[in-house]
Design a protein around this ligand. Sequence first.
Ligand SMILES: *Cc1c(COP(=O)(O)O)cnc(C)c1O
Length: 400
Amino acid sequence: MKQLDDFAIRGGRPAFEAKLHVAQVNLPDRERIEEMIRGIFARRFYANHGPLVAELEERFAASVGVDHAVCVANATLGLIVLAAALDLDGPVVVPSFTFPASVQAIRWAGLRPLLCDVDPDTHMLSAATVAPLLDQGVAAIMGVHLWGHCCPVAELATLAEGHGTRLFFDACHGIGCRRADGAVGGFGVAEVFSFHATKVLNAAEGGCITTNDRRLADRLRTIRNFHASQTFAADVPRLNAKMSEVQAGLALLSLEQLPENVAANRRRFAAYATGLAGLAGVRVLPPPDGPEDATNYQYVVVEIDPRQAGIDRDGLLAVLQAENVVCRRHFYPGLHRMPGEADACLGRDFPATEALAGRIMQLPNAQNMSADTVARVCELIRDILGNAAALQAAGEGRAS
Ligand SMILES: *Cc1c(COP(=O)(O)O)cnc(C)c1O
């Protein structure tokens, strides 16, 4: 057991020599990347709907089980393109607890977001949280699947249908996830995935919009390209959201490795769950456990109860950071506290978002982390909680 002055924040040596990160950075084999890039140079086809983008669209659509996949340069652009393609007339309901790009995209599409508090257990929208907002002339609901878990899609779909509003999803955390009613990618009118380097599927930057609606796919393909040679629909705005061949090549390699990467995430998740089991004040957010549920285990989310743990989330985070365990507090402080979002709040309170922003954090889960390293992180957290009173007396963290 460590003593107070053994902790790096008190001047001791960090428990880990190199920083441990939350981000995945799942990189395919170096040799296979080089081979892929040699192919691009041999074909001299670098951008503008090359063969690798076409192959990725076909494979990704098949892997998700949808009719159309439209690849884009990143998911933020994908959300902008989708919101524009839906030709919405009215505000869009967006959760207050999500990555800022979700709401930025709505604004760049010329629409007003309407922030909605989330369910405190799932951290996502539910019919109960959205329903009170639907008397505001809402044109669409954008659900965000968080942490590799699915939104309650069926109840959101029923609600949207009853009010004649569109429903679509930010599926940036949702690759490889499913529930009894289907796989992420096929819910709502469309879903948007991110292939950013930090996500489970890594194309360095990149994204994809999936839909079963042929007409919508035509509009998405038209909007994504500024050039008239790619026109599949009339009267739509246009921009440049095209994916490059290098991105598509990386995404194809990463797609092949997806089952392997998810399996590694699952092993690390299990190691965390075991290592932190029974530790008072630290609750690991459990994965969905229905027989047909599947998650990618990308995020290991823990909730800190400061009274039981003896130290609050920010105190624990600071002590861990000093030990080179670089935890994150996504999505602090909540979008309702972001400058410029007052017109999205309508003076309402966001108690669930506030509570989550103050109590949860994500633990490191990068590709190169072994189960053994995870066990050492858990041991370290136990040591910190064991010294919570001394750390607090020394000014590190609070207990309420
Ligand atoms: C990463 C992320 C985005 C942005 O994706 P990019 O591909 O980086 O533009 C949007 N929403 C959520 C929930 C994300 O995690």
